[in-house]
Design a protein around this ligand. Structure first.
Ligand code: ATR
Length: 269
């Protein structure tokens, strides 16, 4: 039986074991997937012990996504761009670090929700770790335009500059001060939903067929989601699909096959 695990602190809430066990069942694959609790002091030691015991891969969740960068021997471009790791793969070549959060979001929007990203106008609200993690995969989906706004304007500029600033991405300050017109996909990458805070959203932000997507999940309708619906967003989603999508991409990285997310979404709901 292959051994995998998720590491974090806290860790009891993690849905990763349920997700990966369900994926493995789709392929008739035996998988042992555990939860590992660590501290900042013993993170590296805990991962190393798991490798020594024959572990093949690991998901990394808060607060260790940054610490895992130092543990990895090689990094994918998207992990480097995100400055965060959510997936480790252990092999004879060493420890490889990747980040499937952004591609999990893109596949959720495009494949599961059926909303196109290519040539569309995308708005990202927020400039913290969550925003940084999704930037490169969203740009790779070839939007016509990507605007990143943040309450603290300087952080938006820093993030866009660090991303290598391709031409279709622009940074700006608070949403309330932006006069940019309507967007097709509006992503809430702030932590505002965690405190039920409202963002200064206006009707003009939403194109007629707009998707409003909150990266947060498990909180029912967030303030962002209900505001967006009221202001005319045609489609509204929380981050549960991204959670399942990132797990599916981790599974693919480990086993070379992409599981079907739909039955797993249904199970979680
Ligand atoms: P995470 O890793 O979840 O992205 P973070 O790095 O602390 O967390 O970033 C939180 C983001 O949410 C920031 O962009 C923050 O804006 P500031 O940079 O101005 O602090 C944003 N945020 C949090 N609460 C907010 C609120 N009530 N309104 C607008 N933006 C908010």
């Amino acid at each position: 039986t292959d051994r995998y695990a998720v590491i974090g602190n806290p860790i009891s809430q993690s849905k990763s074991p349920i997700l990966h066990t369900a994926f493995a069942r789709q392929f008739g694959h035996e998988l042992q997937y555990d939860k590992l609790l660590a501290t900042h002091e013993d993170f590296a030691q805990t991962v190393q012990r798991f490798i020594d015991e024959g572990g093949k891969g690991m998901n990394v969740t808060a607060p260790f996504k940054l610490a895992a960068l130092e543990f990895a021997d090689t990094l994918s471009d998207r992990a480097r761009a995100a400055q965060a790791i959510n997936t480790l793969k252990f092999s004879a070549e060493g420890v490889h670090g990747d980040n499937t959060d952004g591609v999990g979001l893109v596949s959720d929007i495009r494949d599961r929700l059926g909303v196109a990203l290519e040539n569309r106008r995308i708005l990202i609200i927020g400039a913290g770790g969550a925003a940084r993690g999704i930037l490169l995969p969203l740009l790779e989906a070839r939007p016509a335009h990507l605007l990143l706004v943040n309450r603290t304007e300087s952080k938006a500029h820093e993030l866009v500059e660090a991303s290598g600033a391709s031409r279709q991405i622009v940074a700006a300050g608070p949403l309330s001060a932006v006069e940019e017109g309507a967007f097709d996909v509006i992503i809430n990458a702030t932590s505002a939903s965690l405190s039920d805070a409202h963002l200064p959203l206006e009707r003009g932000v939403f194109a007629p067929d707009a998707l409003a997507y909150d990266l947060v999940y498990g909180r029912g309708d967030t303030a962002f989601m209900s505001d967006a619906r009221r202001l005319g967003a045609a489609h509204v989603a929380d981050g549960l699909g991204m959670l399942v999508g990132q797990a599916a991409e981790s599974y693919r990285l480990w086993f070379g096959r992409r599981p079907d997310v739909e039955p797993v979404m249904a199970m979680l709901r």
